[in-house]
Design a protein around this ligand. Structure first.
Ligand code: PHE
Length: 355
C-alpha cells in the first residue's frame, strides 16, 4: 500500500496537463483502483486488523490527494505563464530599429525593421495646399461635415426648390424634418460660418471632406475633399481672384502647368468661373481621364454674390470678395499622375506604398 505513494509521485511527474492528472487520479484512488479494492476488503477483516489497515489506508489516500492537488496547481500555473508569454506585445520590437555601428537605422543587428506607415496622398496634398495658402497670408479653418440645408444651400443663394440645387446630388440624413440635415456637398457652407464668426477682412482657406451621390468613375468618388477659399476685403476685384488662382497653380504644380478660367454659373458667385488645368496624364493631348478634352476641372470660383453677403449681414457697399473651391483629390491625381481616382479609396497597400 505504501508503494502507492511512490507510484503516484512518478506517475504525476510524467503528467503534462491537468487532464493527465485526472486520468492518474482515477487510476490511483478511483473506484477501480487498488486502494478502492483494499478498502472493500477491509470489511471482511477482524476488527483490530481492520482498524490498523483502515488508518494506513486513510493516510496513504490523504498523501496521494495532496500530491494530486499540488501537481494540478503546478500545471495550471505553468500554462498561465505560457499564455502570458505568448500574449505579451513586445513593444521593443516595434520601437527599436536595428542600428548599424554608426548608429544609423538599417544595420544587421536585431530584428528586421517593421514597415513604417506614412500619411496618405490626400492628407499630404491637403497639407501642401494649406502651406501654399498660408504662405500667401490665408488662415486655415474647418467646418462640420454634417450640415443643415440652410448652410449648404439656402444661405448660398439657393432657396428651397431652386433648380441649381440639382448641381449637387445630396445625401440627406434622417434627422429632424425630411431633407433638412445633410452631408455637405461642398465646403462652401463654411464661407457662411466664417462670415458669421468673423467681421471682414477675411482671408481663409477651408479644407475638408465632402459627399455627393455620384457614380464613381475616373474623376469622381462619392467621398472626396475640397479646399475652399474666401477673401472679403475692401476693393477686391476679379483680377485679385485670377491672380490668386495663377499664383496657386504655379506654386503647387510648377511652371509647366497652365490654368484657365472659363465662364460658369454658381448661385453664390457672380460672375463665376470654372478653373481648369492641363491634364497631366496626357499632357493636354486628350485621354480617358480628361474625357479627351486635354483639360481637368479642378473647381469653381467667382466674386461673392451680394445676396450671400446679405444673408450674413455684411454691407456689400463697403465689402466685396471672391471665393473658390476645388478638389484636393483632383490636385493629388494631377500632381501624381493617377489615371483613376477610385484607387484612392481602395486601400491597396501596393498602391499606397508608392506614394
Ligand atoms: N462649391 C462649388 C462646388 O463645389 C465650387 C465653388 C466654390 C464655386 C466657391 C464658386 C465659389 O462646385
Amino acid at each position: 500500500m505504501e508503494g502507492s505513494v511512490v507510484e503516484a509521485e512518478s506517475l504525476l511527474a510524467r503528467c503534462k496537463s491537468v487532464a493527465d492528472v485526472n486520468v492518474v487520479e482515477a487510476e490511483l484512488i478511483g473506484k477501480r483502483s487498488r486502494l478502492a479494492e483494499v478498502n472493500r476488503e477491509l470489511r471482511g477483516l477482524p476488527p483490530d486488523v481492520r482498524r490498523e489497515r483502515g488508518r494506513r489506508l486513510h493516510e496513504v489516500r490523504g498523501r496521494i490527494e495532496s500530491l494530486l492537488v499540488a501537481r494540478r496547481e503546478e500545471l495550471r500555473a505553468a500554462s498561465r505563464q505560457t499564455r502570458l508569454e505568448s500574449d505579451r506585445i513586445d513593444l521593443s520590437e516595434v520601437m527599436s530599429f536595428p542600428l548599424d555601428r554608426g548608429g544609423r537605422p538599417g544595420g544587421r543587428m536585431g530584428p528586421p525593421a517593421p514597415a513604417r506607415g506614412h500619411p496618405g496622398v490626400v492628407q499630404r496634398t491637403r497639407d501642401e495646399l494649406e502651406d501654399v495658402f498660408v504662405g500667401m497670408g490665408f488662415i486655415v479653418v474647418e467646418g462640420p461635415e454634417v450640415e443643415t440645408d440652410w448652410y449648404n444651400f439656402e444661405a448660398l443663394n439657393m432657396p428651397p426648390a431652386h433648380p441649381a440645387r440639382g448641381m449637387w446630388d445630396t445625401f440627406y440624413l434622417r434627422l429632424g424634418d425630411p431633407e433638412t440635415v445633410l452631408l455637405r456637398t461642398h465646403t462652401s457652407p463654411v464661407q457662411i460660418r466664417l462670415m458669421q464668426a468673423q467681421r471682414p477682412p477675411i482671408y481663409a482657406v477651408v479644407p475638408g471632406r465632402c459627399y455627393r451621390r455620384d457614380t464613381p468613375d475616373a474623376r469622381h468618388v462619392p467621398i472626396f475633399h475640397q479646399i475652399e477659399g474666401l477673401v472679403i476685403d475692401r476693393g477686391i476685384s476679379f483680377s485679385d481672384l485670377a491672380g490668386t488662382i495663377d499664383a496657386f497653380t504655379t506654386a503647387y504644380f510648377g511652371e509647366g502647368i497652365h490654368a484657365r478660367l472659363r465662364p460658369a454659373f454658381f448661385p453664390f458667385t457672380e460672375p463665376s468661373a470654372e478653373f481648369e488645368i492641363t491634364c497631366t496624364i496626357c499632357a493636354g493631348v486628350g485621354c480617358r481621364t480628361c474625357s479627351q478634352t486635354g483639360w481637368i476641372e479642378l473647381g469653381g470660383c467667382g466674386m461673392v454674390d451680394p445676396a450671400v453677403l446679405g444673408a450674413v449681414g455684411i454691407d456689400d457697399e463697403e465689402w466685396s470678395g471672391f471665393a473658390f473651391g476645388f478638389g484636393i483629390d483632383r490636385c493629388a491625381q494631377m500632381r501624381h499622375g493617377i489615371p483613376d481616382m477610385r484607387v484612392l479609396l481602395e486601400n491597396d497597400a501596393r498602391f499606397l506604398r508608392q506614394l
